[in-house]
Design a protein around this ligand. Structure first.
Ligand SMILES: [Mg+2]
Length: 171
């Protein structure tokens, strides 16, 4: 990453920081996973269909609870070019739209490495007390890096779904 992707992160009153993923935590991505099952994968259609994601009640409840006494920041692997769509979705569901940290459009690293770098940078100025993500690979890396991360389990991650489908196909 060439430049800091989050130059304007507010640092208002030093409340502890809770970090929330969106896809699979707040947003139900299941209706668009078929774009990733296709060969070749249809990533742009996968992202643009996010407009129609249902809200996941478990994630929304956790977010509202966190907002009571935390600053909340979204950290997601969706590329920056989807920012307007993502903010519109958050607004429609009555959720805060900021701060929203997204992957740079030219950053093709797996989400786990991008997220680890962002957390390390955030930690220079903020006290990160919780991270919620639905991707087991992300959770594993962040946990190994010492972050208080929790795996969101109310929607199985797409990799888990895929494995389950493959397993089912074999039996
Ligand atoms: Mg996710």
């Amino acid at each position: 990453m060439t430049a800091a992707p989050f130059p304007t992160l507010p640092c208002p009153d030093g409340r502890p920081l809770a970090v929330f993923d969106i896809d699979g935590v707040l947003a139900d991505v299941r209706h668009r996973l078929h774009h990733l099952e296709a060969r070749p994968q249809r990533w742009e259609r996968f992202f643009s269909a996010a407009d129609r994601d249902p809200l996941l009640p478990d994630g929304a409840e956790r977010l509202r609870a966190a907002l009571v006494d935390h600053d909340v920041i979204y950290l997601m692997g969706r590329p920056e070019r989807n920012r307007r769509l993502t903010e519109g979705w958050l607004r429609r569901h009555g959720l805060p739209t900021q701060p929203l940290l997204m992957r740079e459009d030219d950053d093709y690293r797996p989400a786990r490495w991008m997220k680890r770098e962002v957390l390390r940078t955030l930690a220079a100025t903020r006290d990160i007390v919780s991270v919620l993500d639905d991707d087991p690979a992300v959770v594993q890396v962040l946990e190994a890096d010492g972050w208080p991360v929790e795996l969101a389990t109310w929607l199985p991650h797409s990799s888990t779904l895929r494995r389950a489908q493959e397993d089912t196909g074999r039996t």
